[in-house]
Design a protein around this ligand. Structure first.
Ligand code: SF4
Ligand code: SF4
Length: 107
């Protein structure tokens, strides 16, 4: 699963809780200050490592973080290539994955 987050700096109070819980260490503090005088959290994810695990959003006491998730492309393709017996299953899973993609697109 690929993910990303958006931090609402108007809500963030700079408590840093999200920086501690991110298992990928992708959140740090900005060097700027908000109009209310807080140093807000910021996502630093140049390689797209966020998994959308939600931990940062759950821990945030100010509901300042929104998480977006999308299935990683080619995930089923890799499984098919590495294990021939998964080829048929991979095909079904790929169909399911595309169906989920479509459901998310229309929501
Ligand atoms: S969703 Fe998970 S991986 Fe992504 S920034 Fe938040 S805690 Fe880190
Ligand atoms: S947990 Fe929320 S309020 Fe605290 S630094 Fe992170 S985004 Fe800001």
């Amino acid at each position: 699963m690929r993910g990303t987050i958006v931090i609402d700096e108007n809500r963030c109070k700079g408590c840093q809780l999200c920086t501690y819980v991110c298992p990928k260490h992708l959140i740090g503090m900005a060097e700027t200050f908000t109009p209310r005088g807080y140093q807000p959290a910021r996502l630093f994810d140049p390689h797209g490592d966020c998994t959308g695990c939600l931990l940062c959003a759950v821990i945030c006491p100010d509901v300042a973080i929104t998480v977006y998730r999308t299935p990683r492309e080619n995930r089923q393709d890799r499984a098919v290539a590495t294990h021939p017996q998964t080829a048929e299953l991979g095909s079904e899973s790929h169909t399911l994955s595309r169906a989920i993609d479509e459901m998310e697109r229309v929501q």
